[in-house]
Design a protein around this ligand. Structure first.
Ligand code: HEM
Length: 188
């Protein structure tokens, strides 16, 4: 007999694009985070290489974020799993929080060099600063960068708790649906 998840229509499941974007995004987020911390104490050549490493992962993360938003706009959201309204609201709030946290970290990160009056360097690309150094604005951006680049950790805990609830308590298809595409497809 087919499992309940196998009977759901294609439009209610994730396809490979969503699954791959989700996991690549998770990897890029972890690397953006772990390459950011060493920057604070690095100096000279060590800082230049640590910075290039950090910006590489952050740029990948930014591109993946845009790709995910575009994909979601084109394919729409999967219907919410049946659970209490409060949990559905919490799940959506966590997702929006992730978006804000990542977007905030990328934007504030991009603005750090400019507010310091130096060029933004992303790989071979150099974009001159449109402004001279404004120390107060730089301090504000550095604070915003630190905040946005840490908020996602709390959200991740809630996200994992939610996923485990689906795996252990609800025993529905939600947990497995982000690891593999079901045999009869998925178009979201
Ligand atoms: C292209 C985008 C980004 C640029 C240009 C950038 C640039 C920087 C710079 C210059 C610093 C050092 C600040 C200092 O010396 O105080 C830094 C720190 C840091 N960045 Fe980024 N960043 C970007 C995106 C991200 C993203 C997406 C994350 C995601 C988690 C992130 C996480 C961190 C962390 C954890 C630190 C350690 C310092 C702190 O806690 O404030 N960055 N980043």
């Amino acid at each position: 007999m087919a499992s309940p998840s196998a009977q759901k229509p294609d439009s209610e499941r994730y396809g490979w694009t969503s699954i791959i974007l989700h996991w690549l995004g998770a990897v890029a987020l972890v690397f953006s985070f772990t390459t950011g911390d060493p920057l604070e104490d690095a100096a000279g050549a060590e800082r230049v290489s640590a910075y290039a490493n950090h910006v590489f992962w952050a740029s990948i993360l930014g591109i993946l974020l845009i790709a995910r938003v575009v994909w979601r706009i084109r394919r729409g959201f999967k219907p919410n799993p049946s659970q209490q309204l409060a949990l559905r609201v919490l799940a959506r709030a966590v997702m929006i929080g992730f978006l804000i946290s990542i977007l905030g970290a990328v934007v504030s990160g991009l603005l750090l060099p400019w507010t310091e009056g130096t060029a933004l360097e992303i790989g071979a690309l150099t974009i001159a600063s449109p402004m001279s150094s404004v120390p107060a604005l730089y301090d504000f951006m550095a604070g915003a960068h630190s905040l946005f680049s840490h908020i996602w950790i709390a959200l991740l805990l809630l996200h994992l708790l939610g996923a485990l609830k689906h795996l252990i308590i609800d025993r529905d298809e939600v947990f497995g649906g982000i690891f593999w595409r079901s045999a009869n497809g998925g178009r979201r």
